[in-house]
Design a protein around this ligand. Structure first.
Ligand SMILES: [Cu+2]
Length: 117
């Protein structure tokens, strides 16, 4: 009886650890807050790896005066934001599922990719 209780408790402890306490390290290393610079026709970084299941803040700083850089679109997430020159624009993404989400300017010349992993 005592042994059964100990085994039961150990199993519960393992389940709690696995589901609530254990976080794979690769996921911890992914940032939920990412700065992106828009300059000279490119986003940098243009490839952004983010964790799934958490809201993500993207902070775009547009240093590029070209009107081409003005709008930022993420079609899959129905996001469209105006970026002001020399200002930071914060875009909050909802918790994502695994996948790739393209972002680009309104003419699809500046391109980037958000990869939720
Ligand atoms: Cu453009």
């Amino acid at each position: 009886m005592l042994i059964a209780n100990i085994v039961g408790l150990a199993t519960i402890a393992l389940i709690i650890w696995w589901f609530w306490l254990y976080k794979p390290e690769a996921k911890n290393a992914l940032k939920t807050d990412v700065e992106v610079i828009v300059k000279d026709g490119v986003y940098s970084p243009a490839l952004i790896n983010v964790p799934t299941g958490k809201p993500i803040q993207l902070r775009f700083t547009r240093l590029d005066e070209s009107p081409c850089a003005e709008m930022l679109l993420i079609p899959e997430l129905e996001i469209s934001e105006q970026l002001l020159v020399n200002k930071e624009t914060e875009i909050v993404l909802p918790a994502l599922t695994i996948g790739e989400y393209k972002f680009h300017c309104q003419m699809n010349m500046y391109k980037g990719l958000i990869r939720a992993i």
